[in-house]
Design a protein around this ligand. Structure first.
Ligand code: GDG
Length: 475
């Protein structure tokens, strides 16, 4: 086992010149190809993971291995914004079998407590293994002896073991962004042992919550020859650390965007036009069946029934970001949500005003922050969620300390953001009551709760998260 002779200081300074950066392995590269008037260019994708890892990679000798987003041959490795990018090819069939099939048709629903039935389709497994091996090979070609590789998420659970085979001296970390399910559910997976053995190839396996970490250790000791140690697993003569490393956001960046005069002006405009004397409830989610948008709408409909002049009192704005549109479960969920919106507006709207504003699109980041700033109540009510960054982003955009966060107890974020109004997203009446409570909460209580929530994201941002994970991996 190679260990660095000197421990680096935690914090963003880890990206300092001279330090060899990690090889990051993720399903997608941190750039997307966008068309321009005179052809096409690569554009850096927004998002916390990219902003956390970019400073560690830029000019560091590290690299990011991932799919460029189009089926067929992969572009040659290239450098963008100082980061070495290593594209991995996926054929059209693999996009269907590995990505839509095994990753999003089996693992995604199973790991989210099987809120949709996972389809244990046998022909999807081998493509998952093959693609994982390809990612592992691309990482192995880049990593220096004793260097660090950080593998991300549910699409790549076999990569740690495949990589250890060909680069045994590497320090391998794995972070799962989604929940790891209870062993009773995980045990249904026909390939449970192979998936666990894949993860056990890592030196450190990180989860969003303690519960996820515990579930993993229980499954590993039940279905493989891993043996429980104190805070680690012994596996084939190696020590595999595991634990909770809850992800966070780029807190300062959200605060900075929220403070921009243009964003503040836009938030005021939203209050004046869409709010128009009404309190604004806001939901922002990828349109995914795990996010609980349909039940949230039912709870909102229930709330409307409880108010005498509901249409003059409240408005719900639901931003639904298009996601996995080709998959039947997603198309179905979209249909259901849009039917509900139509139903509520048809029943309760009048000629001019409607109770639900529904936006099916990806908003520019400044616009999203303006919505966070304008809302009175933020509704984050997934049926199950690894963390949920929207909850943390909302808090970062409320420097005045007002506003209420209603948060599902089944989101990983609930463990840290325990001063939110916690709800059971399956309980429509209970949620409607929580919405009422949020709307009626005195300002002093809003401020007290928000101050506590803000301490959480001020203490640990996404840079701290990355530094802590890498410290744990390299120590
Ligand atoms: C997975 C896990 C875990 C949303 N709408 C717009 C927009 N967004 C951005 C948000 C946020 C991100 O998308 C969504 O992140 P979440 O964490 O809420 O959810 P997932 O996409 O399911 O992420 C999750 C996460 O990984 C990280 O580990 O927290 O549990 O499921 O950052 O801001 N961004 C823009 N316009 C939008 O309309 N620009």
């Amino acid at each position: 086992m190679t260990r660095p002779t000197q421990r680096p200081a935690p914090g963003p300074s880890r990206g300092s010149p001279g330090r060899v950066g990690p090889i990051v392995v993720a399903n997608r590269l941190p750039v997307a190809r966008v068309r321009t008037a005179d052809g096409a260019r690569w554009e850096r994708s927004p998002g916390g993971l990219v902003s956390a890892l970019a400073p560690l990679l830029e000019g560091s000798g590290g690299a990011w291995v991932g799919w460029a987003g189009a089926a067929g041959d992969a572009p040659e490795p290239f450098t963008d914004g100082g980061i070495d990018l290593v594209p991995v090819a996926l054929s059209r069939a693999e996009v269907n079998l590995f990505y839509a099939g095994f990753s999003n048709g089996v693992i995604w629903p199973l790991y989210h407590d099987a809120v949709r039935w996972p389809e244990f389709e046998r022909s999807w497994w081998q493509p998952y293994v093959d693609v994982n091996r390809r990612f592992a090979r691309a990482a192995a070609e880049r990593v220096r002896p004793g260097g660090t590789v950080w593998v991300h998420d549910y699409q790549l659970q076999r990569v740690p073991a495949e990589l250890r085979e060909i680069a045994p001296a590497a320090r391998i970390g794995f972070f799962l962004h989604i929940p790891f399910p209870p062993v009773e559910l995980f045990g249904q997976l026909p390939w449970r042992r192979e998936v666990l053995e894949g993860l056990l190839g890592a030196d450190l396996v990180g989860f969003q919550t303690e519960l996820g970490a515990k579930n993993f250790a229980l499954a590993a000791t039940r279905y493989t020859d891993a043996v429980q140690g104190e805070g680690y697993l012994s596996y084939r003569g190696r020590r595999v650390q595991y634990g909770a490393h809850p992800i966070s956001i780029d807190t300062a960046r959200y605060a900075e965007i929220a403070a921009r005069p243009s964003v503040r002006a836009r938030a005021q405009e939203i209050r004046r036009t869409i709010g128009d004397g009404r309190r604004i409830l806001l939901g922002v989610d990828r349109l995914d069946y795990t996010k609980g948008i349909d039940r949230r709408l039912s709870a909102f409909a229930e709330l409307l029934e409880r108010y005498d002049h509901a249409l003059d009192a409240v408005v719900l704005v639901q931003v639904a970001v298009p996601s996995r549109e080709a998959m039947p479960d997603y198309a179905q969920m979209r249909g259901r949500v849009e039917q509900q919106v139509g139903h509520i507006n048809g029943m309760c709207g009048d000629g001019g005003r409607v109770p639900v504003h529904y936006l099916y699109r990806n908003l520019p980041q400044e616009e999203l922050v303006a919505w966070y700033s304008a809302a009175d109540v933020m509704l984050v009510t997934p049926l199950r969620d690894g963390m949920n960054l929207v909850a943390k982003e909302f808090v970062a955009c409320r420097p005045d300390g007002d506003g209420v966060l209603v948060l599902s107890e089944f989101a990983g974020a609930a463990k840290e953001l325990d001063q939110a109004l916690l709800v059971n997203p399956h309980d429509v009446d209970g949620m409607a009551t929580a919405f009422e409570q949020a709307l009626e909460m005195p300002l002093a209580e809003q401020r007290r709760r928000m101050a506590s929530l803000r301490r959480v994201i001020d203490r640990r941002d996404v840079h701290t998260w990355a530094a802590e994970f890498l410290d744990a991996l390299e120590s």
